[in-house]
Design a protein around this ligand. Structure first.
Ligand code: NAD
Length: 445
C-alpha cells in the first residue's frame, strides 16, 4: 500500500489494522522504527506518509470512506478442527467481510490481497451480499507476488500483476478500475486478467513451484554429500539450461517464511478435499523434503561434534528466514535450534535485524520446553564477534551479506578448537576458511 501511495499521489491510501502497537510503530516519527524491515521501504513511507498515506486503527471510518478495500489480513494454517495443520484459517477474512458488510453505505470493490484458497471469493461474496445493507460489492482477486527482502523492488517493477474478476460487465468494470491504479507505473501488458478462481489458484501454484525447486535441489544436495558431486556445480550446470533457469536453485538448510509451507499445505488440503490423493501426496513431498533438510542439518552438527552437543556453545549467525528482512516466521533457524536444544546445546544467536524478544517468542511458540529453559540455553548477542567467542561451532542460518566480509581469522582465534563452521546457506568461501584452520561443512558438498 505504501508503494501504491508513492506511485499514485492522487489516491488516498489508508492502512488500518486492529493491532494498535503496530499502527503506532508505522506512525513513529522516526521512520527507521517502522515494524517491517525492507530495503527502501522507510524512504517511501517518509515520502508518502501524511501526504496520501495514512495508518490508523479506525477500521470503520476507513471502510466507510473507501471506494476500494484491499483485504490483506493473515491467513495462517489452521491449528484446530477440520483441516488442522493443512487448511488456511479464514477466520480473519470472514471477520473482515462481516465488518465491511456492516459498515458500508456505498458500493465498493473488495480486493483479495491475502493469499486465499480457491473459491474463497464466493464465500466473501456470500457474506457481503447476505449480511450487508443492500450495497453492491465486486470481489477481485489480486494476489501479491512480492518476495520479502526485495519487496519494494518487486512492487516497483513486478514481472506481472494478476487481477481476477467476474467475467461479466460489472466484473470487468471493477477489474478496469484496479488496472488503472497499477497502470500508473506498471506497463499495461504486464497486467494480466483472469477469472477469480484462476487468479486464486495461480498464487498457490507460484509458491508451490518455487518451493518445489528448493526441495528438488535440496534433495540432490544429500546425494552430493554421499558422492563426489558438488551441488553448487550441479546447480550451475543445470541453471544454464534456459528451460530450467538459474533462480531458486541454491541448496540450503531449507526454505522458511510465512508463505511457502502454508500455501503448499493449503494446496494439499484442497486437493485432498476433492479426493485427489496423488496430487496431494505429490505436493506434500515438497514439505516433507524441507523438514528433512532442516533435521539433517541439525543432525550433521551433532554428528560432527562427536555425537554430543550437550553444554557446547554453538553460535547461530542469522535468525531471519532470509536476508534483508526481520521476518522470522517458519525460519529454518527455529527448527535447527529446537533440535539442538533437545540435545541440550547452548546456542548463541546474532542477527543484524531480529530483536532478542522475537527469538525467544519463536522458541516459546514451539512449546518444546519452558521459556525459562529457552532463556537459560539460548543467548542473544548484538555483536557477531562477541557471539562467536569460545564457540565450538558456528552455523550460518541466514544469508546476510555482512557475514561474507567478517574478519574470519579474528573469529577463528577466539573459538575453541577444532573450530567448525556449518554453512547452511552456502555463502562463505570454503577454501579461504579452511586455509585459516576452520573445519567447514557446506550443504551438498
Ligand atoms: N509476507 C509476504 O511476503 C506475503 C507475500 C504475498 C502474500 N502474502 C499474504 O498476505 C497475507 C498477509 O500476510 P502478512 O505476512 O502481511 O501477515 P501479518 O500477520 O504480518 O499481517 C496481517 C495483519 O492483519 C491484521 N488483522 C487481522 N485481522 C484484522 C481485521 N479484522 N481488521 C484489521 N486488521 C486485521 C493483523 O493484526 C496483522 O497485523 C497472507 O494471506 C499472506 O499469505 C504475504
Amino acid at each position: 500500500m505504501s508503494v501504491i501511495a508513492k506511485q499514485c499521489p492522487d489516491i488516498q491510501v489508508t492502512v488500518v489494522d486492529l493491532n494498535e502497537a503496530r499502527i503506532a510503530a508505522w506512525n513513529d516519527e522516526d521512520v527507521n522504527n517502522i515494524p517491517v524491515y525492507e530495503p527502501g521501504l522507510s524512504e517511501i513511507v517518509k515520502e508518502a506518509r501524511g501526504r496520501n498515506l495514512f495508518f490508523s486503527t479506525d477500521v470503520d471510518k476507513a471502510i466507510h470512506e473507501a471506494d476500494t478495500i484491499f483485504i490483506s489480513v493473515n491467513t495462517p494454517t489452521k491449528t484446530y478442527g477440520a483441516g488442522k495443520g493443512l487448511a488456511a484459517d479464514l477466520k480473519w477474512i470472514e471477520l473482515c467481510a462481516r465488518q465491511i458488510a456492516r459498515v458500508s453505505k456505498t458500493d465498493k470493490i473488495i480486493v483479495e490481497k491475502s493469499t486465499l484458497p480457491v473459491r474463497t471469493a464466493s464465500t466473501l461474496k456470500d457474506i457481503l451480499t447476505h449480511t450487508g445493507n443492500g450495497t453492491k460489492f465486486q470481489i477481485l482477486s489480486n494476489p501479491e507476488f512480492l518476495a520479502e527482502g526485495t519487496a519494494v523492488k518487486d512492487l516497483l517493477n513486478p514481472d506481472r500483476v494478476l487481477i481476477g474478476g467476474d467475467q461479466n460487465e460489472e466484473g470487468r468494470k471493477a477489474m478496469s478500475a484496479l488496472i488503472d491504479v497499477y497502470a500508473n507505473w506498471v506497463p499495461r501488458e504486464r497486467i494480466l486478467t483472469t477469472n477469480v478462481w484462476s487468479s486464486e489458484l495461480s498464487k498457490l501454484t507460484a509458491n508451490a513451484f518455487l518451493a518445489q525447486r528448493v526441495s528438488s535441489i535440496n534433495s540432490l544436495s544429500e546425494l552430493c554429500e554421499h558422492t563426489e558431486a558438488d551441488i553448487s556445480e550441479v546447480a550451475r550446470a543445470i541453471g544454464t539450461d534456459s528451460r530450467i533457469g538459474p533462480k531458486f536453485l541454491k541448496a540450503s538448510v531449507g526454505f522458511g517464511g510465512s508463505c511457502f509451507q502454508k500455501d503448499i499445505l493449503n494446496l494439499v488440503y484442497i486437493a485432498r478435499s476433492y479426493g485427489l490423493t496423488e496430487v496431494a501426496d505429490y505436493w506434500e513431498q515438497v514439505i516433507i523434503m524441507n523438514d528433512h533438510q532442516k533435521r539433517r542439518f541439525a543432525n550433521k552438527i551433532i554428528r560432527t561434534l562427536y555425537n554430543t552437543v550437550n553444554g557446547k556453545k554453538i553460535t547461530f549467525l542469522g535468525w531471519a528466514f532470509k536476508k534483508d528482512t526481520n521476518d522470522t516466521r517458519e525460519s529454518a533457524a527455529i527448527y535447527v535450534a529446537d533440535h539442538l536444544l533437545y540435545e541440550q546445546a547452548n546456542i548463541t544467536v546474532y542477527d543484524p535485524k531480529v530483536h532478542k524478544e522475537q527469538i525467544y517468542t519463536d522458541l516459546d511458540y514451539l512449546a518444546s520446553r519452558s521459556s525459562d529453559v529457552n532463556e537459560e540455553l539460548v543467548q542473544v548477542e548484538s555483536d557477531p564477534y562477541e557471539a562467536c567467542k569460545n564457540a565450538h561451532a558456528i552455523a550460518i542460518l541466514t544469508e546476510w551479506d555482512e557475514f561474507k566480509s567478517y574478519d574470519w581469522k579474528r573469529i577463528y582465534d577466539n573459538m575453541l578448537k577444532p573450530a567448525h563452521i556449518f554453512d547452511g546457506r552456502n555463502i562463505l568461501d570454503k577454501q579461504q576458511l579452511e586455509a585459516i584452520g576452520f573445519k567447514v561443512s557446506a550443504v551438498g558438498s
